[in-house]
Design a binder for this molecule. Structure first.
Ligand code: NAD
Length: 467
């Protein structure tokens, strides 16, 4: 449900007034619904000469039954034909009013700065053809995997391009940069489907790294988590409840965890989803032991662990008590570490398992009155980065999301000034919804996301804070 201002400027009179006085003009973002196509419209595929991803991208698009056009280039036409992709040819010089739901550009062929002109060549004539809630996806090579300093610099330059373009796109359209390590080409599907689809509605101008990981299993894209068990902490309300709903939609049996005082709400929520409830304070001395025992006894293990439970206790540092500092750190960071230690030690997370942590944009940007919270959430990012190689040895992945302004009871209670600033100071001029965070978590949780490990992706509509 869009906020009131977004609704007002979505009608013709409101739009006219907003445009005349230079106010932001957010449009309701498209969200995904079960059974909907990955892309509701045409994708235009382009590439820099000598790239390595046109073939793999064409394969993903063909399997996802996406309608594709390509630039008139022999290498792209050949890649499409090999992938059995029945792609039309698009020539921007021919004019016409053809529009696209997404522009996808393989930039891996760019080996030096002069070749960055190919970005301009492809996007300048096409960017104004992107439809509302459309996507721009640029695919590159991680600079640290480049073969020369000049290639590394040119590949690093893509980040600036995507971040600037994210700020130029209008009407809810967003941009992404996907770094694909050499050898990770077969791992592209889950990330390409996520970035192209309305599931990534509130993710904008992020850099995502896809690595080689374990082999990608066959996945039912409508119910990728069929037969899987997912633990979600803080699941009785807000973002945690949305995560439980989306993981259930994707086929998982959700074990929702929350504090005993919210036991009734938790049980109601889990009953509604066909999941199960685990009433527990994650800071308890034996919390890890209890979670291990419950998941082992009742479910024979767990496949997805989502660390969502979190609190704020805001005060400027000079006025903050040791208790306010300690509680936030204990719940938001230390309890996650201890739970993971217990689960990893007991091998409760099955092979191919996923750990997903909820950080916060304020852990990246900082916020006055939140030294405790920002410390804890930056620590979560550090934990994801440091644990990625550790869990990989057990065939697991760990990733994180950093939400920006999300429409929840917590943000509804903010004073109107900071609330409106938080909502509008991003490229789509609105707050995100809990489902936007949940969709990003479901993408990391998918069995197809074996190539994603150590990523922290902001779900913030390209907020200006900490950018
Ligand atoms: P919320 O307060 O509605 O939900 C948090 C849940 O965590 C509650 O159900 C709470 O009972 C549970 N919880 C707290 N302490 C616990 C403990 N010791 N043991 C077990 N459960 C415990 O908050 P929300 O807005 O849904 O936030 C969810 C997560 O998203 C948090 O980690 C929060 O920091 C993060 N986040 C939220 C926003 C936002 O805009 N709402 C932005 C950035 C990050």
């Amino acid at each position: 449900m869009p906020d009131l201002y977004t609704q007002l400027v979505s009608n013709p009179l409101g739009k006219l007034v907003a445009s005349n006085v230079g106010l932001p003009q957010p449009v309701p973002l498209e969200r995904w619904a079960p059974g909907a196509p990955v892309v509701d419209g045409q994708v235009l595929l382009g590439a820099a000469g000598g790239g390595r991803l046109a073939g793999p991208v064409a394969e993903v698009l063909a399997l996802a039954e996406v309608a594709v056009s390509t630039e008139l280039r022999d290498d792209l036409r050949t890649a499409a034909a090999h992938a059995h992709l029945d792609a039309a040819v698009f020539n921007p010089e021919a004019g016409g009013d053809q529009r696209f739901k997404a522009l996808v550009f393989d930039a891996t062929g760019i080996k030096q700065s002069a070749e960055l002109a190919q970005l301009h060549h492809f996007f300048a004539p096409t960017v104004r053809r992107v439809q509302p809630s459309g996507r721009v996806v640029v695919l590159g090579t991680p600079p640290d995997a480049a073969r020369s300093p000049k290639e590394a610099a040119a590949q690093r330059a893509l980040e600036g391009f995507v971040r600037a373009l994210g700020k130029e796109l209008r009407h809810g359209a967003t941009a992404h940069l996907v770094h694909v390590e050499p050898g990770a080409e077969p791992h592209l599907a889950s990330t390409l489907r996520f970035t192209l689809s309305p599931k990534s509605a509130y993710v904008d101008a992020q850099v995502i790294r896809v690595g080689a990981g374990q082999a990608v299993p066959d996945v039912d894209w409508q119910r990728p988590l069929d037969g899987k068990v997912a633990l979600v902490t803080g699941a009785s309300r807000g973002i945690g409840l949305a995560i439980a709903e989306v993981l259930t939609r994707d086929g998982a049996h959700v074990v929702g965890l929350d504090v005993p005082v919210l036991g009734d709400d938790l049980r109601d929520a889990m009953d509604g989803l066909g999941g199960s409830a685990l009433e527990l304070d994650i800071t308890g001395e034996d919390a890890g032991e209890q979670v291990v025992r419950h998941l082992g006894d009742e479910h024979g293990g767990v496949d997805v662990v989502v660390h969502n439970a979190g609190i704020t206790r805001d005060k400027t540092l000079g006025r903050m008590s040791a208790e306010q500092w300690g509680l936030v750190l204990a719940i938001n960071l230390t309890a996650e570490e201890r739970l993971d230690d217990a689960l990893l030690h007991a091998s409760t997370i099955r092979r191919g398992g996923r750990i997903v942590c909820v950080s916060s944009m304020n852990g990246i940007a900082g916020a006055a009155g939140q030294t405790n919270y920002a410390t804890s959430k930056a620590g979560v990012i550090g934990m994801v980065e440091a644990m990625a190689p550790v869990v990989a040895k057990q065939g697991l992945t760990i990733n994180g999301v950093a939400p920006g302004f999300i429409e929840t009871a917590m943000t509804a209670a903010m004073p109107i000034g900071p609330r409106e600033a938080g909502r509008r100071m991003n490229s789509v001029s609105q707050g995100g919804l809990p489902v936007d965070v949940a969709e990003a978590i479901a993408w990391f949780a998918s069995p197809a996301s074996t190539g994603l490990n150590g990523n922290v992706v902001r779900v913030c509509g390209q907020s200006l804070l900490g950018a």
